[in-house]
Design a protein around this ligand. Structure first.
Ligand code: COA
Length: 331
């Protein structure tokens, strides 16, 4: 019988653009205030990519850091997965642009679309491909250029989002396994509460869709808030129960960084101590598929997580999608 293949995590990397957009900057753009944004969301500032940058550039910068730290070459990578809802173009995939920028021509490359849960869906996809024996070394990038799909005249959404990228590299292993658990959920009944209504086959781009800004992200914030608290707290517990772990086994929780109030409500509902929750939403806002991996990379660089620690990532996003994964830090 074939020996079971484990998945080792080799490294992480992240990259955020230099340009900072503060709440005070936003006060000059829409009718809002630093006080409102800070109280309702915990966000103080977010990063915005340069005019001459695109999604795959952010992905490239995060990926290069992870590749250097993993001590491998681009030729060693045989699969590239990019999780994003703000691709370079609708077709082909951002993963193809990233492959070209990296010159990683031994890799097959594709995107996955699971919105803010994209990175956790990506971890699960990488795990499945490696465990099946089909691929050996996977580069996963969570990346967003949300500033390009935001309606900058809509105060309900434009204060919430930012741009950034994070990367992780996985390798097949006979002796180690660092993806301890993953749990995913989806419910397509609520597609209308968080979406980009136009620009696809259902509502192709026209003068009218552009005039109404239907190519931009739309959201019913209150609905999203309620369901996200329920689904993220459920995911935290489910990922633990699947492998017989409890809160005591987890050293650090990295929740999706959309809103400080959501993070606090999830922690309360799941019975997690605040000291065990990593927070960087004040610096970046919601970077969708990039949030959890940027936060994990920062936590690692800051020494907040150490070799041997168990970290649980949990997220929620459009779809609706949600999920959690428990990772062993062993690099
Ligand atoms: N500045 C000032 N006022 C604003 C504003 C802004 N940027 N955005 C909205 N408002 C106004 C609203 O128009 C509303 O005014 P009204 O009562 O006159 O209609 C008022 O503030 C209150 O809005 P409400 O929806 O009650 O606020 P809230 O407490 O629910 O907070 C969100 C709004 C968007 C911050 C919150 O619902 C949220 O975070 N939802 C989840 C969003 C999210 O994380 N999405 C991504 C998930 S992956």
């Amino acid at each position: 019988m074939n020996k079971k293949v484990g998945v080792k995590i080799l490294s992480t990397g992240s990259f955020v653009p230099k340009k900072v957009l503060t709440n005070f900057d936003l006060e000059k753009m829409v009718e809002t205030s630093d006080e409102w944004i800070s109280e309702r969301t915990g966000i103080k500032e977010r990063r915005i990519l340069d005019k001459n940058q695109t999604t795959s550039d952010l992905a490239y910068n995060a990926a290069i850091k992870a590749i250097d730290r993993a001590n491998i070459t681009v030729d060693d990578i045989d699969m590239i997965i990019v999780a994003t809802i703000s691709p370079d173009v609708p077709m082909p995939s951002t993963a193809c642009y990233l492959q070209k920028k990296l010159k990683a021509y031994n890799a097959v490359a594709f995107d996955i679309s699971a919105a803010c849960s994209g990175f956790i869906y990506g971890v699960t996809t990488a795990k499945a491909f490696i465990e099946s024996g089909m691929y050996k070394r996977v580069l996963l990038v969570g990346v967003e250029a949300l500033s390009r799909i935001i309606d900058w005249t809509d105060r309900n959404t434009c204060v919430l989002f930012g741009d950034g990228a994070g990367a992780m590299i996985f390798e097949a292993s006979d002796t180690e396994n660092d993806i301890i658990s993953t749990y995913l959920g989806t419910n397509g009944d609520h597609t209308e509460i968080l979406n980009i209504p136009a620009g696809g086959a259902n509502n192709p781009t026209s003068e009218e869709t552009v005039k109404q800004k239907l190519h931009c992200l739309k959201m019913i914030g209150k609905e999203v808030f309620k369901i996200s608290v329920l689904k993220m707290s459920l995911s935290v517990t489910k990922a633990q129960e699947l492998v017989g772990l409890t809160d005591k086994d987890i050293d650090l929780y990295i929740p999706h960084q959309a809103n400080l109030r959501i993070i606090e409500a999830v922690a309360k509902k799941a019975g997690i101590a605040r000291e065990k929750v990593y927070i960087n939403v004040h610096k970046y806002g919601n970077m969708s598929a990039a949030t959890t991996i940027v936060a994990l990379d920062e936590a690692y660089q800051e020494g907040r997580v150490k070799k041997g620690n168990l970290v649980e990532l949990v997220a929620f996003g459009a779809g609706l999608t949600w999920g959690a994964c428990i990772l062993k830090i062993n690099f």
